[in-house]
Design a protein around this ligand. Structure first.
Ligand code: IPE
Ligand code: IPE
Ligand code: MG
Ligand code: MG
Ligand code: MG
Length: 278
């Protein structure tokens, strides 16, 4: 997923910050991702014939929170992962102390990006409230907590697996779709966006777990040590074949949902296609 215009917008944001090792680490952590969550926002916004640039502040803020979550996820006390996006993880490149602060910085300033955005008050406040809730205890943080506290096959069943996926991964997808909903004013279809986000979070995390098992670190660009470390993942519940069947089933449901999308779905379908091919 290349989007030079959005990349440039993000670069300009980071170069506007105080220049030191901490902000260097924040920019390092931000770089190199697929920008899947921003592209989700853009796909819906474009589906309403609006300009994707209007969504840049929202997309930057969300990607900042996602990048912070990965810095902390990689720390030795969490997944203990040394490789991220084909580079040493932030704590390997800058030390654990700076890595923790870089995560704090991305999280804290994401809210500033939304507060300073040139959006109507209702939109800014809704985004800030949703991001706090869905990146926090009603979302990603709760999922990460469950992930860390269920560490082997005995403790993970299908229900807890779904809860982990819906919170740790689905919640930021939901944030993306909710941001798009505020930007487009399409607030009547909240149930549609919620349902779609949950399915996308599950399929995305199932794929991620499958790649952890089947692909090399060279291919994924990140440490694939979750199985060896007995982390809670779908591999505790399903074998690879079952996982692939689950993935196909979820994609079929997503395709079906998109037939009834409240927006022109072609951009979104393109994104789903890229997801299927990843
Ligand atoms: C990784 O997310 C964390 C998961 C939820 C599986 P991405 O696969 O979107 O990571 P980047 O941003 O492209 O590196
Ligand atoms: C992490 O899931 C999801 C987050 C909220 C950070 P993983 O631990 O599977 O993500 P990767 O594989 O390290 O990217
Ligand atoms: Mg993890
Ligand atoms: Mg991890
Ligand atoms: Mg993973």
């Amino acid at each position: 997923m290349t989007n030079e215009k959005f990349d440039l917008y993000c670069k300009e944001y980071f170069s506007s910050l105080r220049n030191n090792k901490l902000t260097e680490a924040m920019a390092y952590a931000f770089e190199g991702g697929k920008h899947f969550r921003p592209e989700l926002i853009f796909a819906v916004v474009k589906g309403f014939n609006l300009d994707e640039e209007d969504a840049y502040p929202a997309a930057l803020a969300l990607e900042m929170v996602h990048s912070y979550s990965l810095i902390h996820d990689d720390l030795p006390c969490m997944d203990d992962a040394d490789l991220r996006r084909g580079k040493p993880s932030v704590h390997k490149a800058y030390g654990e102390d700076i890595a923790v602060l870089a995560g704090d910085g991305l999280l804290t300033h994401a809210f500033g990006v939304l507060a300073d955005a040139d959006y109507r008050d209702h939109i800014r406040l809704s985004m800030i409230s949703d991001l706090s809730s869905l990146a926090g205890l009603n979302g990603m943080l709760h999922g990460q907590y469950l992930d860390l506290t269920h560490s082997n096959k005995e403790e993970v069943d299908n229900d807890i697996l779904n809860e982990i996926q819906d919170y740790k991964t689905g919640a930021l997808f939901e944030t993306a779709l909710f941001f798009a909903m505020y930007l487009t004013g399409d607030e009547d279809h909240i149930a549609f966006y919620e349902g779609l986000a949950i399915k996308m979070g599950r399929v995305f995390q199932l794929q991620d777990d499958l790649f952890d098992q089947e692909r090399s670190e060279n291919e994924t660009g990140k440490s694939t040590t979750d199985v060896a470390n007995e982390k809670a993942s779908s591999l505790c519940v399903y074998n690879s074949e079952e996982l692939k069947a689950q993935i196909d089933k979820l994609f079929a449901e997503i395709d079906d949902d998109l037939e009834h999308a409240p927006f022109i779905a072609s951009y979104f379908k393109e994104l789903i296609q890229q997801m299927k091919e990843r």
